[in-house]
Ligand binder design. Structure first.
Ligand SMILES: Cc1ncc(COP(=O)(O)O)c(C=O)c1O
Length: 426
């Protein structure tokens, strides 16, 4: 019977689907991560630096948050949440914004969702019409996919080490008149770099001036999607800035993407939020409502309590950032040591998020980043993701190394194997 059903089911194939579905590209990172898992299950040592996630054995969610979730579940907080999120969490998010950035927003500005992805999807759907131009840097995380899903026209800005892998106002300016959305992420996935205050100000000023011009033409405004899901993981000399902090008028066009997935090592809890102009938030709420991509109520209530516990948050981040930096610095120092030995590798000093940008300049030998990736995995048990998975087109040897699911020892042992493998090529 099962076989007969299987035969019948083959009559439906990818070609049966909508052109939107047929044209969609799945997550390249998850594909690579699956391949790495299969490699590791064959018993070989591997430093898995692929997924932008945390191993709970290395990074746990805060105990106080965990206890609150359990208490709220036990108290029966298991029904539908309000479609824009619980009042407790919306108020807590706004108080947190005020404390962290000195920005005051009305209650109608904020909306809670089941992680930051629904927030991004809803923001694109709310402001991008078919054919509208969307500006974003490459590499950057998933803007190519969200632009595709919304029917937008991509304007990709290739960014490199010379601008700290960040887009600049000068790069954006030639395209600003035609765009409906500018997507910025800082600290940036995949590079682990942070946009400085001067560039935030220049970009915010550019958007405000463009929107003042549009106010007289009837053209819809240019919105800025400000994805700051890693902002609490900014470290060293670096500081996180937002457009409305440096150019207050930018608040009318800034759509924040934020949440706990990365900041509290809580990728599986699914709590994200936006803060945006109320007119945008209201439509994002309706879009998310139709998908039902709400955040579970017990978790919303727990996060609301946790966001009010300043000391708990500070001590959690002190430990988390120390542990992250141990891993990122180990990787960075190890690669720079190889560079000093004359091996063709390079890296950008870590500034934020859970990532390190590393270059394995073996293109002359292997031809493509994909071939270098396979070499590092198969010869060194060192699993990394090429920037191509983030929209980069050039074969330039740059890769993302993600530090959330490895121990310091995994990094050290992986580096020893990488050094031997690359030195062996000579
Ligand atoms: C820059 C950025 N924004 C948003 C997200 C989505 O986060 P969430 O797990 O909350 O959907 C990710 C996840 O990797 C990310 O890297």
């Amino acid at each position: 019977m099962a076989n007969a059903t299987s035969d019948i089911l083959t009559r439906c194939s990818d070609r049966s689907l909508s052109s939107l579905a047929q044209g969609l590209i799945g997550s390249e990172v998850l594909k690579i991560a699956g391949e790495v898992r299969a490699y590791a299950s064959s018993g070989r040592s591997v430093a898995n630096l692929t997924v932008g996630d945390f191993a709970p054995t290395e990074f746990r969610i805060p105990r106080a948050l965990e206890a609150q979730i359990v208490a709220n579940l036990a108290a029966g907080q298991t029904n539908y949440p309000p479609s824009d999120g619980t009042l407790e969490l919306r108020r807590a998010v706004l108080a947190f914004f005020q404390e962290s950035f000195g920005l005051e927003y009305p209650l109608e500005s904020t909306l809670i969702a089941g992680g930051s992805r629904p927030i991004i999807f809803a923001a694109y759907a709310a402001v991008v019409d078919r054919g509208d131009a969307v500006i974003y840097p490459t590499p950057s995380w998933n803007n190519n996919h969200y632009t595709y899903l919304s029917g937008g026209r991509p304007i990709e800005l290739k960014v490199g080490a010379e601008t700290n892998f960040m887009p600049t106002a000068a790069m954006i300016r030639p395209h600003v008149r035609e765009a409906a959305l500018l997507a910025v992420c800082t600290p940036l996935n995949p590079t682990g770099t942070v946009m400085n205050r001067g560039e935030v100000e220049a970009i915010a000023t550019l958007a405000v001036e463009e929107n003042e011009r549009r106010a007289t033409t009837g053209q819809r405004p240019l919105f800025i999607l400000w994805d700051q899901v890693y902002w609490m993981l900014t470290f060293g000399e670096n500081r996180h800035w937002t457009p409305p902090q440096v150019v207050p008028e930018a608040a009318a066009y800034t759509i924040f993407v934020d949440g706990i997935s990365k900041a509290l090592a809580a990728t599986g809890l699914r709590v994200g939020w936006t803060v945006a102009p109320p007119a945008v938030t209201a439509r994002m709420r309706d879009i998310i409502g139709h998908v039902g991509a709400w955040s579970p109520k017990a978790e919303q209530l727990a996060v609301a309590t946790f966001l009010g516990q300043k000391d708990e948050i500070a001590s959690y981040h002190e430990t988390m950032i120390r542990e992250l930096r141990l891993r990122l610095d180990t990787l960075y120092d190890g690669l720079m040591e190889m560079r000093r030995e004359g091996l063709p590798v390079n890296a950008i000093a870590p500034q934020g998020a859970i990532y390190l940008s590393a270059q394995f300049n073996l293109i002359d030998r292997f031809g493509t980043n994909e071939a270098i990736r396979r070499f590092l995995l198969e010869q060194a048990g060192f699993a990394v993701v090429p920037f191509q998975a983030f929209g980069t087109k050039e074969e330039d040897g740059w890769f993302r190394l993600s530090a959330g699911a490895v121990s310091v020892r995994d990094c050290e042992e992986g580096l020893v194997r990488v050094r031997a493998a690359i030195a062996g090529l000579a």
